[in-house]
Design a protein around this ligand. Structure first.
Ligand SMILES: Nc1ncnc2c1ncn2[C@@H]1O[C@H](COP(=O)(O)OP(=O)(O)OP(=O)(O)O)[C@@H](O)[C@H]1O
Ligand SMILES: O=P(O)(O)OC[C@H]1O[C@H](OP(=O)(O)OP(=O)(O)O)[C@H](O)[C@@H]1O
Ligand SMILES: [Mg+2]
Length: 281
């Protein structure tokens, strides 16, 4: 059985289980379940703290895991990123009290609080900045006001938490993170892993693309089809009225309305958009 680690709670948990479910795997019903076997797919799921997932995969006791890129890199284990999963996006950044810092060089000799000390130490060392790292478990934004640090390095998503704490970001982002699938470095893929990856890719594509259908006059086909090249090439089917053809193509979800407008202006009609339920590319 393929042994897969899944976040048991926190920011990534729900989306990770939803994605696996969409990929055709059984997921737990009760959030207290720690292990779940999906006998049809020959996969065993282990629900673990997202921070610990890299440790299990790095140790080789579990084959692969879904976790955050930031958590994975922070753990500094021997594993590799197999694919990114398109959710759980965040940025890991420096922040300080409004007006205190403008560049990371000013951190020299200062105290920086974080929950990601592995990441932070590596980043500071690479840039030759010696600051003392204060490792905290969470609510890092309070550390400066409470006097244990001068600045912080933390996950920023909307920035609401920072603003509420009277802080602002400074310096370049330390890391752009999202949920990723990690596995053993350079290892031969265990049974079931290629299928898992293909299925997860299918979910990503089904989420990112829609299917677009439209009718267009034959003499306008080239102009219209150039707007909808699809992944390989659009499907063009004859209509009963031989002056017209029907075109079908996959289109990026975010481009849908712009392309519909352009097609309409060219002269395409009966432009229909439908969601893709699942796919293998
Ligand atoms: N708004 C957010 N807050 C925190 N983490 C986020 C956010 N958005 C995405 N993430 C990602 O989620 C992961 C952190 O998940 P989680 O919040 O479960 O961890 P944690 O903060 O260590 O745990 P907990 O808050 O339960 O103690 C990281 O990969 C992080 O980049
Ligand atoms: O930019 P925002 O949208 O405000 O989100 C970022 C905040 O969310 C996370 O905290 P979480 O809720 O996980 O609590 P924690 O600090 O205890 O981990 C993170 O550590 C930041 O504090
Ligand atoms: Mg958190």
């Amino acid at each position: 059985m393929l042994r897969v680690a899944v976040p048991n709670k926190g920011a990534l948990s729900e989306s990770a289980s939803a994605m696996l479910n969409e990929a055709g795997y059984r997921q737990r019903r009760d959030s207290r379940e720690l292990v779940m076997v999906d006998p049809d797919n020959e996969v065993e799921f282990f629900f673990l703290r997202p921070r610990d997932i890299a440790v299990y995969v790095g140790a080789g006791t579990l084959d692969v895991g879904l976790t955050g890129r930031d958590l994975f890199l922070d753990a500094q284990v021997d594993a590799e990123e197999l694919m990114s999963l398109g959710f759980g996006a965040s940025t890991f950044r420096f922040a300080g009290p409004v007006g205190d810092f403008t560049s990371i060089e000013q951190l020299e000799g200062k105290r920086v609080a974080t929950s990601y000390d592995g990441l932070l130490r590596a980043y500071l060392a690479e840039r030759g900045i010696s600051a003392s790292v204060v490792r905290l478990d969470g609510a890092v934004e309070s550390s400066v006001r409470l006097g244990v640090a001068d600045a912080i390095a933390d996950v920023v998503e909307t920035g609401t938490t920072l603003r509420a704490a009277g802080m602002e970001i400074f310096g370049e982002p330390i890391l752009k993170s999202e949920a990723v699938l990690i596995g053993r470095r350079n290892a031969e893929h265990p049974a079931g892993l290629d299928v898992l990856i293909r299925r997860l890719r299918g979910v990503l594509v089904a989420r990112q693309y829609v299917m677009m259908d439209y009718d267009v006059r034959r003499d306008l086909l080239e102009e219209a089809a150039a707007r909808t090249p699809g992944l390989e090439s659009p499907t063009v089917s004859p209509l009963r009225d031989t002056d017209w053809v029907a075109v079908r193509s996959m289109v990026k979800r975010t481009d849908t309305n712009r392309i519909m407008d352009e097609l309409y202006d060219i002269g395409a009609r009966a432009i229909l958009v439908s969601t893709i339920h699942a796919c293998r590319i």
